[in-house]
Design a protein around this ligand. Sequence first.
Ligand code: FCB
Length: 488
Amino acid sequence: MTSFRPTSPHVISPANASGVVRFPEGFLWGAATAAYQVEGAAWTDGRQDSIWDEFARVPGAVLHGDDGAVACDQYHRYREDVALMRRLNLDTYRFSTSWSRVHPAGGPVNPAGLAYYDRLVDELLANDILPWLTLYHWDLPQALEEQGGWANRDTAYRFADYAVTMHEALGDRVGVWTTLNEPWCSAFLGYTGGQHAPGRQSRSDGLAAAHHLMLGHGLAVQALRERAPEANLGITLNFEVEDPVDPENPADVDAARRLDGQFNRMFADPIIKGAYAPDVLEDVAGLGLEDHVHDGDLEIISTPIDSLGVNYYHGNLVGSEPARAERGGEAPTDRATSSPFPNDEGVYVHPRDLPVTDMEWEIQPEGLTRLLLRLQKDYTGPAGIKLCVTENGCAYDDVPDESGYVDDQNRLDFYDGHLRAIKEAIDLGADVNGYFAWSLLDNYEWAWGYGKRFGIVRVDYETQERTVKASGRWYADVARDGLVPARP
Ligand code: FCB
């Protein structure tokens, strides 16, 4: 069985490339955010530090030393934000809950913190918006980090307890549960590269964290399934399409394979197939992963799920020789960081002749078609799991007019191109059931602080005023009509 096969760019059919593109009946239109990026109210009603509060204090870790203490203040403005979602015709809102609000310092339940999610969920339901709840979007309670964080196996069990707390409180009203968002980032940006909280730079801690995050996922799915057999349970992973510089050169193909293994298959294989891929185990041999894999773990990790959330921003061109030009994309912070990959010796990402966003991420919608088709064929199709694009979007250096309005045709084009790419994948057999724009609001972009704007709605951080951008107006029509209009 080959686990990595290079593919060529997908040419999107003329009808999907420029005509009216109608999505299937019942396709869900949504927008996404995450607790630390939008809530603010960092120490309100008993919430205590998460690893991101602590990381933001480390000199040079986050651009301009920005933190999420206020962010978009959604904790206090959720009513206004839900009204905005309704104006945007959203079917669903993907948000995450803050472990540090619910179990401050990882300790007993904090009813005042938990009550916020009661209010938010009730407000969503009163406005006919489906709550799509993610339990973990990177904000571990700092007290648990001090006990070893995700490198400590016990954190997986604590996570499952927190999942149960949330389900006991909201299970009567919330039917869609995502355990983790992008465990690759939590494990490898957090524990190996050090670009994200908690900022460790250890290859073996990253691998331990990856395994324990997946164990926590599996334990949470088991616990939730027992309580709610009919709930829609899943996980969101981030994926990249890795293309070799020269598909005829075995060394380039091998470099692409290694990146694919340590980025995509590191999580997709254990979770959906119940085993680490042999080539990935070989690539990371000697770094301690095996020491953390106990008997029975992979059965827990591969407990059946209903939905796989796919986050897609860009792909990579990968070679075995250094590129002539550097590919950018990392926050220009002062603190030294490392490669997030446990073993990427001889693996180089090359820039391509593609337009880039303000993150310097290449714009490559056809990669999303290929990704969804691959997932359908190799992972979700055989396992009977539904796909949903849970994040896709772009940062641009928006320029508002005097009223705060942003005529972001660049962002609108990005969404148009990626939605067309998804429709192409659906037509070719991918079972994609929904789409979430990242993001509803401009927000705290991790190590970039407030320096990058991803919203379809602008946030003025001085006044907290929200202004729907051109892309947001366009998306509201798409969500209302279930179609992408023909390109002008
Ligand atoms: C994803 C994260 C999300 C946001 C976008 C731009 O990796 O899940 O929080 O930062 O990138």
